[in-house]
Design a protein around this ligand. Structure first.
Ligand SMILES: [Fe+2]
Length: 584
């Protein structure tokens, strides 16, 4: 990606400002958000040459020639192309399909995490994933993944520290990706070295400090961590700002924090060290509501000042990533990334210009993102088929026992709960009347591990998925071992995917053959399959609004408290495996 100004660019811009050469595009008589001073400039015009803004002024007539494309933007509001400072673009759909939504909403610079693909496709997966976003109509930067897998079957895929260190020198790498604070404090072997190198290169160390406060937060920051996107309250934000942390307010599919943080709109605090990020948006949500522009619109609707919101999705994240010398503002010698809005209340672009090229006009794409053909595979292991008998939860006797279960208290958070269950023929069986379903994890080199989970709510069949954070394998939840085994075997057969099985029949399936996380299929059938899975879940009593999302977090160390691991139920806080039978 060519980014900073070259000598040729400098000469060309000089020629335009002096009238020797003419602008390629002139946007005339708009209101322009000056993100640097926080003011609205009335009746200003912009001259664009090549990739760059040549001039912003009230009279650019001398820069307009017969070859200049003149666009009257009077009555409209010009803001810089939006910058998403933290996202995960591997949300099931193909990269080009995700990028279409980003482009339509006017996001022209993206900083993208690489952590999911590293856990299922290793270093090669990361390299291909990054290549898929090269030379696209909008700029995509990356943060280098910190391996954070709880399950050791993924260890063999993990890159070396040296490989990741080398990636940090790439121009399109903005820093080190989010390292979950508990795992960093527990001694993650990658973070210290990568953080040191990133800081030496003038790049960032992104954070994930959910629930970290006071001394724990300070210890985490000792590793050079300089951002966090996990604030869920105004107090969290103020503590992080006080500690010099760049705050990324998350407003996307996994969490929406703006409602809780809306009181900040009325507080007299400096927001220049704050941004709004998506942290990834599911393609179903993108189709419905859009991308970062929708998150920014929510902030405006909640009472945040329009110009401050624009700063939080342009200049502020650009400054954090040291990209502000060419991204994040409408000014001379900055990339010509400009979006034209109908007014100063509505963040829905009528025109999107990215690096001097109009890419969207009146809601239609003028250029298409490039497709990418991945060579990485999905799951190539385990090879052995799961038999229903492999999934038994063995328990002795015929007397009631105290059983430790995973209790999903929200669609994401799980707690330990103890329930009384009586073994039947030496096994603990699901009990639909109490919403106690079986949860199973299959990873290469391990026998499937099974436990019980409460909260999902379905009363028939089973769902299995390889779209799971930081885990190479298949997780399944269901009401009987036959359907669970069939669903898991089908996901392995597909080399990755999400399937719903009822009475031995696959009622919905979505193959994810790229790193077991992404499809190679067009968007429409993919969205249809995702919706079909959710619809069927709800028809069968499913309680959560997005079962695919809930399934995706069952093995992660990112969200408390009890998770399923290849060796048993794991308590994230103490990092210890707990027995299913709580007492004898
Ligand atoms: Fe994230």
């Amino acid at each position: 990606m060519k980014m900073p100004l070259t000598l040729n660019d400098m000469q060309s811009l000089r020629n335009v400002t002096s009238g020797v050469e003419k602008a390629d595009i002139a946007l005339l008589h708009g209101d322009v958000v000056d993100v640097y001073s926080g003011r609205m400039l009335h009746d200003y015009s912009v001259a664009i040459k090549g990739d760059w803004i040549a001039a912003l002024g009230q009279d650019i007539d001398c820069m307009i020639g017969p070859g200049t494309q003149v666009i009257d933007v009077s009555g409209k509001v010009l803001v810089p192309g939006l910058v998403d400072g933290h996202t995960h673009l591997n949300c099931i759909a193909r990269p080009e399909d995700i990028l279409r939504f980003c482009m339509l909403g006017g996001t022209t610079t993206i900083v993208n995490e690489t952590m999911e693909i590293v856990h299922t496709a290793g270093y090669k997966g990361m390299i291909e994933y990054m290549a898929a976003f090269e030379n696209q109509p909008v700029k995509v930067f990356f943060t280098v993944a910190i391996p954070l897998n709880l399950n050791h079957s993924a260890d063999r895929l993990m890159p070396t520290v040296a490989q990741l260190k080398r990636l940090l020198t790439r121009d399109d790498v903005a820093g080190v990706g989010e390292g979950y604070w508990q795992m960093v404090l527990a001694g993650n072997k990658y973070l210290p070295t990568l953080a040191e190198e990133s800081l030496r290169l003038g790049k960032t160390v992104e954070g994930h400090g959910a629930g970290a406060h006071n001394a724990k937060l300070e210890t985490y920051l000792a590793y050079g961590v300089n951002s966090d996107h996990e604030s869920t309250s105004v107090e969290d934000v103020l503590e992080r700002l006080r500690m010099g942390v760049f705050v990324q307010i998350r407003q996307g599919t996994i969490r929406k924090e703006l409602d809780a943080l809306a009181p900040m709109a009325k507080m007299n605090i400096d927001l220049s060290h704050v941004s709004i990020v998506t942290d990834g948006i599911d393609p179903r949500d993108m189709e419905k509501s859009g991308y970062l522009e929708a998150s920014a619109q929510t902030a405006v609707d909640l009472g945040f000042d329009f110009i401050k919101v624009i700063q939080m999705v342009t200049l502020n994240p650009a400054r954090h990533f040291r990209l502000d010398h060419y991204v994040g503002g409408i000014a001379p010698a900055k990339h010509a990334d400009i979006i034209v809005l109908p007014n100063s209340k509505t963040i829905k672009p009528e025109l999107v210009i990215s690096r001097g090229k109009p890419i969207v006009q009146r809601g239609k794409l003028l250029v298409q993102p490039s497709p990418y053909t991945f060579t990485i595979k999905g799951l190539t292991a385990p090879k052995r088929r799961v038999k229903p008998g492999d999934l038994a939860i063995k328990a002795p006797g015929t007397a009631p026992l105290s059983i430790r279960i995973m209790d999903l208290v929200t669609e994401l958070v799980s707690r330990e709960a103890i329930v009384e269950m009586t073994p039947e023929n030496g096994e603990l069986k699901p009990d639909i009347s109490r919403d106690l379903l079986k949860i199973c994890l299959l990873t290469p080199g391990h026998r499937p591990f099974s436990a019980l989970v409460r909260g999902i709510g379905i009363n028939q069949g089973a769902i299995a998925s390889s779209y799971i954070w930081e885990t190479y394998g298949v997780v399944a939840v269901g009401v009987n071992d036959q359907d669970i085994a069939s669903a898991m075997n089908r996901v392995v057969e597909l080399t990755g995917g999400i399937v719903f099985c009822e009475n031995g029949e696959m009622v919905s399936e979505l193959p994810l053959t790229v790193g077991a996380l992404m499809t190679d299929q067009p968007l429409e059938p993919v969205l249809a399959a995702m919706r079909a899975i959710q619809t069927r879940s709800e028809e069968l009593g499913g309680k959560f609004p997005d079962l695919i999302k809930t399934m995706s977090v069952l093995c992660t160390g990112a969200i408390p408290f009890l998770r399923i691991h290849e060796d048993g139920l794991i308590d994230i806080k103490s990092n210890s495996i707990l027995p299913i039978i709580a007492e004898g």
